[in-house]
Design a binder for this molecule. Structure first.
Ligand SMILES: Cc1ncc(COP(=O)(O)O)c(C=O)c1O
Length: 306
């Protein structure tokens, strides 16, 4: 039984710290760089925000009841978020994942009691999307399918959370927002609110530069199933990030600033660097979606090169 005044773990989602990042300071002294440290969420990633918003939206509309199983496709972080929140709220969780996701992710999801169904690794996240759609079509009454690629509650979590926090934490000084594209929820929801607040704020989206990439969590939109929530009108620019330079920036960040981040944070930082080369002055905010300790088995930090 929960006592009065003892909030559950889901109350800790959001309100993440905004960190000053100094890695480019010498090169671009007039560009202030900040990053939302999303691994401070209880599930360890930015995806807690979207998962909680979609689950609570389902509860509000009656689409999610205690007889249903939460099912979705996920490259990992959303699955961990569903598994944690499902456990906290009492819902069974079933996750379709490409067979090649990292060992840490599989272990975490299993620890929270979720069931994993593997889709073809070669078909990536799109293969997982196709498989979950088949499962739901076969037994629609059994499942609550949040569908993070189409659910407006995903970007709304960032519209109402991430963006408002950024405006508060920068005192409204932000001039540029940079974020990677996965489901596109983070970029779309945050950029929409920031631009409503101040139309001069520029939003730069970062995607992998190729269909075959090593930036787990991110999507190459030209060759992927384009998420229904994607809104291209919000992007002042979409830049394609190569895999290896993103890895190198993630490694450099760990060594120079004590920040251990995941691949997609390296990609976001690559986008920030490219921008800094161009603007020379500004207050740039990005999002670091998760921590590097989730990728230790993938070799991201295996290199000893300096
Ligand atoms: C590690 C990581 N980075 C970035 C993203 C992209 O975030 P979004 O889905 O909000 O576009 C995700 C989403 O799954 C992710 O897991």
């Amino acid at each position: 039984m929960r006592g009065i005044g003892t909030p559950g773990i889901t109350k800790l989602v959001g309100h993440t710290p905004l960190l000053r990042v100094r890695i480019f300071e010498r090169e671009f002294p007039k560009v202030e760089v900040y990053a939302k440290a999303e691994w401070f969420n209880p599930g360890g990633s930015v995806k807690d925000r979207a998962a909680l918003a979609m689950i609570e939206d389902g509860e509000r509309t009656g689409a999610l009841t205690l007889e249903k199983t939460i099912v979705d496709s996920t490259s990992g972080n959303t699955g961990i978020a569903y598994a944690l929140i499902g456990a906290a709220k009492g819902y069974p969780v079933k996750l379709v994942m490409p067979g090649n996701v990292s060992a840490e992710r599989k272990a975490l999801v299993t620890a929270f009691g979720a069931e994993i169904v593997y889709s073809d690794a070669g078909e990536g996240s799109d293969g997982a999307i196709r498989m979950v759609r088949e499962l739901v079509e076969r037994e629609p009454d059994r499942y609550f399918y949040p569908d993070q690629y189409s659910n407006p509650a995903n970007p709304r979590a960032h519209y109402e959370g991430t963006a408002v926090e950024i405006l508060e934490q920068t005192g409204g000084r932000i001039t540029h927002f940079v974020a990677g594209l996965g489901t596109t929820g983070t970029f779309v929801g945050t950029s929409r609110r920031l631009k409503e607040h101040d139309a001069s704020i520029k939003a730069i989206a970062v995607e992998p530069d190729d269909a075959f990439h090593g930036l787990e969590g991110l999507k190459h939109l030209p060759t992927a199933i384009v998420p229904r929530i994607w809104d291209a009108s919000l992007a002042d620019e979409v830049v394609g990030c190569p895999t290896e330079p993103a890895y190198e920036l993630a490694r450099a960040l760990a060594r120079s600033e004590g920040l251990l981040v995941g691949h997609s944070s390296g990609a976001a930082l690559w986008g920030v660097r490219r921008l800094a080369e161009r603007i020379h002055e500004g207050v740039v905010v990005t999002v670091f979606p998760d921590s590097g300790d989730r990728y230790l088995s993938t070799g991201l930090y295996g290199s000893t090169r300096r």
